[in-house]
Design a protein around this ligand. Structure first.
Ligand code: SAM
Ligand code: SF4
Length: 300
């Protein structure tokens, strides 16, 4: 088991395999994109597999692949196939914007992916364009359809943004009526995009819940899975569930079980730190597995 300095069991890695993206969600990235990393600054597939293999031996049980947009990365399916062969790794999940994902779903199923998070902030084409600056809603909906067709559990992630997609909250909730999806509303975080930079968040988790309650007074709290970042609810008669992620107003620190690795190989022990060690640089400097393991343990 991997236990950190606060006695928390760390068993979940969020691995960002690229910094690049084919959307430009205004709360995440500027319209012109970021200063993309040069290829040599990204970890290679071999480096990714090496660090994942080591971390799984140390106690990581679940890996979430994220980005940027993970499906932008070349040969991602080949990498996922190799990753899925790691002994001791119980679950691989992927967070995707769904633009390039639909045709890959049969292969993802074959690899053994059982759950995917699909980002979908709106069901309206114009609002999708205004949020992501791209006209790709149809691709995302196709991905959702394919995931459901292949019996892959779908968690839909919608960032709630004042003045942008409030009119989407109820239509998104309604998706869970007939579809076995978990629709999760996320408080907007004041990150590096051009989103709101508030001192207090208007659409916090309480306001989001009350807004849904107004329309569905029968909504019921259901138990949250261990380490869950979402408060979970069910509306009687619905096939799916509703989740609310208090990303901004609530700290999950006490039950946090995760570490992150950025596309350039930086290990973060907290979402809000700037990184503790650069694993890629250590590997390229010739660290053997023992030295790497010690570096990770020291970081934790
Ligand atoms: N590109 C993929 C996607 O959008 O699903 C994966 C990476 S994206 C950074 C992961 C998740 O973070 C998405 O669900 C996105 O909506 C969420 N996210 C990004 N910026 C956010 C912000 N400022 N506040 C809340 N959630 C944010
Ligand atoms: Fe791309 Fe995901 Fe960021 Fe949107 S949230 S710009 S899809 S990385």
């Amino acid at each position: 088991m991997l236990i950190d300095n606060h006695g928390r069991q760390i068993n979940y890695l969020r691995l960002a395999v690229t910094d690049k993206c084919n959307l430009r969600c205004f709360y995440c990235m500027p319209a012109e994109g970021l200063n993309w990393l040069a290829k040599k600054e990204l970890m290679t597939d071999e480096e990714l597999l090496r660090i994942c293999s080591l971390l799984v031996k140390m106690g990581i049980e679940k890996i979430r692949i994220t980005g940027g947009e993970p499906f932008i990365r070349k040969e991602i399916i080949k990498f996922l196939t190799e990753l899925s062969k790691l002994n001791g790794l119980q679950q691989i999940t992927i967070t995707t914007n769904g633009v390039l994902t639909a045709p890959l779903v049969p292969e993802l199923k074959k690899i053994g992916i059982r759950t995917m998070n699909l980002s979908l902030d709106t069901l309206d084409r114009d609002r999708f364009f205004s949020i992501t600056r791209r006209d790709e809603l149809h691709c995302v909906l196709k991905t959702m359809e394919q995931l459901l067709l292949h019996n892959i559990d779908v968690k839909l992630n919608a960032v709630v943004m004042d003045g942008k997609n409030i009119e989407d909250i109820i239509p998104l909730v309604k998706l869970a009526k007939d579809l076995p999806v978990s629709v999760r509303f996320i408080e907007e975080m004041p990150f590096n995009g051009e989103g709101n930079h508030y001192t207090s968040l208007y659409w916090d988790h309480i306001r989001i819940l009350n807004f849904i309650k107004d329309k569905y007074p029968g909504i019921q709290k259901i138990p949250d899975a261990p380490y869950s970042t979402s408060y979970n609810y069910h509306i009687p008669g619905f096939k799916g569930n509703i989740g609310i992620i208090a990303a901004y107003t609530r700290s999950f620190c006490g039950t946090c079980n995760r570490i992150r690795i950025t596309p350039h190989g930086i290990l973060k022990t907290c979402l809000y730190d700037d990184g503790v060690i650069n694993i890629k640089n250590l590997m390229r400097a010739g660290f053997d597995d023992n030295n790497l393991e010690n570096a990770v343990l020291n970081a934790l």
